[in-house]
Design a binder for this molecule. Structure first.
Ligand code: AQP
Length: 332
């Protein structure tokens, strides 16, 4: 039997997991975990790149673990853990920050967006976090990185850093590939279809959270902005309706054309009512499992510790090769 290819992906515990995270990443992790040697990481160190509340970070880290389990991540199949429990992530990030170049980090769109032009006063971590992200993936010598569209540039950067390390110091790293889904790779905000649905948007009606109750989901969808015109069709001049149709299509497992067909002669209001039903049907079982798991956070913490032990073993092997290649003397 050939060994399963390895995949790695992460999620920040910066807030509440939303439908964009689910469709762009988490749902696919669940589908892929039996086929690949899967590492799914709650990247708590990344959650420190903008000012944070320590108590909230602690709570959200375990709650994110519980939500991933509720979504169907199976700790007997996948390695699920907290990034800070495996110190090799930070160690490798330092080594790679000596390989990465200022110019390539400056080009990162997320840095430009999140620093909002305040490049002198934001934390250094916001600038260097793509290097930590490169370390996250390269540490496990993962082939595939199942992510949403927003992470494409960061995966390109990790390939560049890995290539440079391998050619300067010796072949240590596998070059990872971004695995971006054909549909659902960029779910947009409900209140602004020009910006992606995001945990850090801090606008209550912009994102559907996986833990939202049915009435909240229906209300958010009812208040979603729509476009001019009346026809329920996906097109570049109808970004809001296209977004709603995309969500419907991915969750219902039907093509956009088939979904459009359902709404011939109907209006945006009809689409919103039907979409709310589809979203509630998909998310209610997750929310119920999540509420059960949150009644016993110690159990989630225990499962995360088991994942960290497995991740540490794999990380140690890579770090031994990195140290050797970099010329760091092993402890006597
Ligand atoms: N809107 C989205 N559509 C599809 N996929 C998405 N992802 C994020 N947003 C969308 C994918 O979800 C995974 C986890 O990403 P994250 O933890 O960075 O989530 P976020 O919502 O992007 O979180 P933040 O805190 O708001 O971060 P920023 O502001 O950096 O985006 C990834 O695979 C991501 O592609």
């Amino acid at each position: 039997m050939t060994e399963a290819q390895r995949i790695f992906s992460g999620i920040q515990p910066t807030g509440y997991i939303h439908l964009g995270n689910y469709l762009g990443a988490v749902r696919r992790w669940v589908d892929q975990q039996s086929e690949f040697d899967s590492f799914f990481c709650i990247v708590d160190l990344h959650a420190m790149t903008l000012p944070w509340d320590p108590k909230e970070l602690q709570e959200r880290s375990v709650a994110t673990g519980a939500m991933l389990l509720a979504c169907g991540i199976d700790p007997t199949q996948a390695t699920l853990y907290l990034q800070s429990h495996v110190p090799a992530h930070s160690e490798l990030a330092w080594v790679l920050s000596c390989i990465a170049r200022m110019g390539e980090l400056r080009r990162m769109v997320q840095f430009k967006e999140k620093s909002k032009g305040e490049t002198e006063s934001v934390g250094v971590g916001l600038f260097t976090y793509p290097v930590l992200q490169a370390a996250d993936v390269l540490l496990y010598r993962a082939h595939g990185v199942p992510v949403g569209e927003d992470q494409r540039q960061h995966v390109e950067l990790m390939r560049d850093i890995a290539t440079r390390f391998n050619s300067q110091l010796g072949e240590v790293f596998v070059l990872p590939e971004a695995w971006i889904p054909a549909a659902g790779a960029r779910i947009m905000s409900l209140d602004d279809p020009s910006s992606k649905m995001s945990k850090s948007a801090n606008r209550p009606n912009s994102a559907i959270l996986l833990e939202d109750k049915p009435e909240v989901i229906a209300k958010k969808i009812r208040s979603a902005v729509t476009d001019s015109g009346r026809e329920v069709t996906a097109s570049p001049d109808k970004p809001a309706v296209t977004n709603l149709l995309t969500i419907y299509s991915v969750l219902a497992g039907e093509s956009i054309a088939a979904v459009q067909e359902r709404f011939v002669g109907k209006g945006y209001g009809d689409l919103k009512v039907a979409l709310a039903d589809v979203v509630v049907a998909a998310l209610s079982p997750l929310r119920e499992r999540y509420e059960e798991l949150m009644a016993d956070p110690a159990e989630t913490a225990r499962l995360l510790a088991i994942g960290a032990a497995r991740a540490s073993e794999v990380a140690a092997t890579t770090m031994a090769d990195v140290r050797r290649a970099a010329g760091l003397v092993p402890p006597a």
